[in-house]
Design a protein around this ligand. Structure first.
Ligand code: 6PG
Length: 471
């Protein structure tokens, strides 16, 4: 360790922590690092190459704290959950009241709110930031969704902005509001990530099971779509995953990967929080449910044994690739519209700034859901942040063309036993959102019939009851 103080500290040199620390050092900041296994810290410093003179390996937590210039800022890159609380407890006594702990993991925003409140009572200060982009993003430019007090953000913004991804020179590092606001936005990001991936997987299912295409045949389809309106990181890597070969068997890797999807919980949190907020995110809910169903492999096998496999093959009714592309475009717009509407609901409910156009801008590069369409979404949200995205003329126009294709794909799926739950949920939501006279009048009638809950009349009278109330 040399005498010169570090600008910032970082705890946890796993894949993401190591990548973030190297990114920080590369941008010219001096960073002190500590890992609970000292060998990991030393290996990281030894492998840092030209960045080594900006990296200060610390053997103990106390050394780490001592190495950072006060008022200190220390980033936690440790697993979400109790480990974060343990780290805060261990750091607290070593830090000054005015020092700052930054949790950059995928925390539940309720935990971040709690930790922020606890920190305010006793110090050191605390903020939670969402970091997206996987290892590659952490190393070369993630999208950063920051929560926390304005003054804490101002303190660390120079570092976090410098290491973030850039889109047309705009840094993808946005302050969302106090407390858990940053982790909340990251949670919604992940919900959208689940939905985006699920819809892509459903279209892959139509190509594979409905149209009998092999993975190597499917790869160029996605590659082509990545040059159009669907241009995005997830479509790009879908083409790469579909094209990859398993070194063990020589088969397409997709054909040897077990079809049970894992999850760490952020997509589920999005669905749960949406329900609490009274926001409708059925595409995200369907994506979470699809992962849960995918995990029930034994039951699915038993189901196929009892009912037989679905017919699947579409034959002459197979949609064109252009129809599938449009269906995916429609699904994507609908899903993002739901995600942004949920953010808007949270902004009202929690009183956070949650700047929607800036959120869309911040997602244009660095994060997993980065896509060309987010630039158009940022523009539409800047025009009118209070309007649902499907009503923005640019997207209304897109949808007018794309919805018939989505309808065709969902209908073919239903008729041929091809599960397309997220796309179906998107279509059903769209059809509800464009129906001025819904069927909830019957729901109200039934509620009043069995429980005298009352209803409003179309002539404006409120708190009314039906004729059944008289007897
Ligand atoms: C990101 C990702 C990242 C991680 C998810 C995966 O934005 O970089 O969202 O945070 O990939 O946590 O979540 P699941 O394991 O639940 O799919």
């Amino acid at each position: 360790m040399t005498g010169k103080a570090a600008d910032i500290g970082l705890i946890g040199l796993g894949t993401m922590g190591a990548a973030l620390a190297a990114n920080i050092a590369e941008k010219g900041f001096r960073i002190a690092v500590w890992n609970r296994h000292d060998a990991v810290t030393r290996e990281f410093a030894a492998a840092a190459g030209p960045l080594a003179d900006r990296i200060v390996p610390a053997a103990t937590l106390a050394d780490l704290v001592a190495a950072v210039r006060p008022p200190r800022a220390v980033i936690l890159m440790v697993p979400a959950g109790p480990v974060v609380d343990q780290q805060i407890a261990a750091l607290g006594p070593l830090m000054a009241r005015d020092d700052l702990i930054i949790d950059a993991g995928n925390a539940d925003f309720h935990d971040t709110d709690r930790r922020t409140a606890e920190a305010a009572a006793q110090g050191p200060r605390f903020m939670g930031i969402g970091v997206s982009g996987g290892e590659e993003g952490a190393r070369h430019g993630p999208s950063i969704m920051a929560g926390g007090a304005e003054q804490d953000w101002a303190r660390v913004a120079p570092v976090l902005t410098a290491i973030s991804a850039r889109y047309d020179d705009t840094p993808c590092a946005v302050h969302m509001g106090p407390g858990g606001a940053g982790h909340f936005v990251k949670t919604v990001h992940n919900g959208i990530e689940y939905a985006d991936m699920q819809m892509i997987a459903e279209i892959y299912g139509v190509l594979r099971d409905g149209m009998g295409m092999s993975a190597p045949e499917i790869a160029p389809v996605f590659e082509g779509w990545n040059r159009g309106a669907l241009q995005s990181y997830l479509i790009e890597i879908t083409a790469q995953v579909a094209a990859a070969t398993d070194p063990l068997t020589g088969k397409a890797i997709l054909d040897v990967i077990l079809d049970t999807a894992g999850q760490k919980g952020t997509g589920r949190w999005t669905a749960i929080e949406a329900l609490h907020l009274g926001a409708a995110v059925p595409v995200i809910e369907a994506a979470v449910a699809a992962r849960n169903i995918s995990a029930a492999l034994a039951e699915r096998r038993a189901g196929e044994a009892v009912f037989g496999p679905a017919p699947h093959r579409l034959g002459a009714s197979a949609p064109t690739r252009a129809v599938l592309e449009q269906a995916l475009i429609a699904g994507k717009i609908l899903c993002y519209a739901q995600g942004f509407a949920m953010l808007s609901r949270a902004r009202d409910e929690f009183g956070w700034p949650l700047p929607l156009p800036d959120i869309a801008r911040g997602w244009r590069a660095g994060c997993i859901i980065r896509s060309a369409m987010l630039n158009d979404m940022a523009r539409a949200l800047a025009e009118d942040p209070g309007r649902n995205l499907i009503l923005a003329p640019f997207f209304a126009d897109h949808l007018s063309r794309a919805i018939p294709c989505l309808r065709q794909v969902v209908a073919l799926g239903a008729m041929n036993g091809l599960p397309v739950p997220a796309l179906s949920a998107g279509l059903a939501w769209f059809d509800q959102m464009r129906t001025a006279r819904s069927t909830a009048n019957l729901i109200q009638g039934l509620r009043d019939f069995f429980g005298l809950h009352g209803f409003d009349r179309i002539d404006g009278a409120t708190g009314q009851h039906g004729p059944w109330a008289q007897g």
